[in-house]
Design a binder for this molecule. Structure first.
Ligand SMILES: CC(C)(COP(=O)(O)OP(=O)(O)OC[C@H]1O[C@@H](n2cnc3c(N)ncnc32)[C@H](O)[C@@H]1OP(=O)(O)O)[C@@H](O)C(=O)NCCC(=O)NCCS
Length: 166
């Protein structure tokens, strides 16, 4: 049975594993989530998880953790790829490869966005143009931010998407 619960400080190690999935690190030749710690552009999404404003959920099936969706605010000086402003947190999501397409990603997104709605006006994310996850984000109300296309660390194009709650 599917479960989703809030991500706490003790889940940081699992978030590194899910960041490995979210960032397609394997395609970049990495073999372990530990390697992400030396990549500042990616590490900033998880490093010191549990800081003020951090909000996330983890979940899976039958008690086994298989995915996470989390968000964090950045500053202009320390902007992540989908940066809008210092009030707008950026979302990251990853599901273990064997569990994709099972509805877990939707459950995680719904839960984290329900929580985010309570304390933020909007949420952004950065996604590769060719990523099928764009369909999931559109279904949940995210729209493309015009002119936000950038070349990502993998050398392909990413775009920022934004969901406004109010
Ligand atoms: C994106 C992701 C978190 C979605 O979780 P999921 O459990 O597969 O999602 P669900 O089963 O609830 O929903 C299915 C939707 O997820 C997306 N999806 C499904 N398989 C996917 C895959 N292998 N890669 C990317 N997105 C996928 C599609 O949008 C799909 O909708 P569609 O059926 O209309 O095409 C998960 O597929 C994943 O971790 N993908 C790889 C990492 C990634 O792309 N992260 C997001 C970076 S911005």
């Amino acid at each position: 049975m599917v479960f989703v619960r809030p991500a706490d400080v003790a889940d940081e190690k699992f978030l590194w594993a899910m960041l490995f999935e979210a960032s397609y690190a394997r395609d970049r030749g990495m073999v372990s989530p530990d390697e992400l710690m030396d990549q500042p552009k990616l590490a900033k999404y998880v490093q010191n998880w549990g800081a003020a404003g951090d909000l996330g959920v983890v979940g899976g099936f039958d008690g086994v953790l298989l995915g996470a969706a989390w968000l964090r605010r950045f500053t202009a000086e320390d902007a992540a790829l989908g940066y809008i402003d210092s009030d707008t947190p950026e979302l990251a999501i990853g599901v273990a490869p064997e569990s994709r397409g099972t509805g877990l990603g939707t459950a995680l997104m719904t839960a984290v966005l329900d929580a985010a709605r309570e304390q933020y006006d909007a949420v952004s994310l950065s996604v590769r143009l060719e990523n099928p996850a764009r369909r999931l984000y559109e279904r949940l109300g995210f729209v493309d931010v015009p002119g936000s296309e950038v070349i990502n660390p993998a050398g392909t194009t990413s775009i920022t998407m934004l969901l406004r709650f109010r």
